[in-house]
Design a protein around this ligand. Sequence first.
Ligand code: FES
Length: 159
Amino acid sequence: MNVETQKVKIFMQKHDNQKRALISILQDIQAEFNYLPKEALQDVAKTLEIPLIHIIGVATFYRSFSLEPRGKHQATVCTGTACHVRGGPKILDEFERKLGVEAGHTTEDRQFTLETVACLGCCAIGPVVVVDNEYFAHTSIREVGSILKKYRKKEKDNE
Ligand code: FES
């Protein structure tokens, strides 16, 4: 039994292998691996005797779950109307170019997941970018590199 399988087993045992604890078990798996690995979902389906398709349905319904590996950092570019007219699409293009992934995906080194959002509710300071919980106001294309660098540096400092 590999480490991943063992951990998933422990999460299920914590909830007495109860079907009704499915969401809590998925939350534990998401917290541990930063996404829901397919093998983990297969283990859950088998042990809890829940069809895999049902588990995937639950996992795709809730935004907090991800079926794709997530990056350590989440960069979110607002593409709402107010940010759009102030250059949001160009900011997004620059993030995609610099990270080498399209919105909705994670870099190969799993450092960043790039997302878009329809509005962050702070239109006056657009275009807005959020990395993890830090907001960047009036973002320009030139700043994209330094924003990413800041988080890469944090990563190095924590090593
Ligand atoms: S449109 Fe970007 S914050 Fe509202």
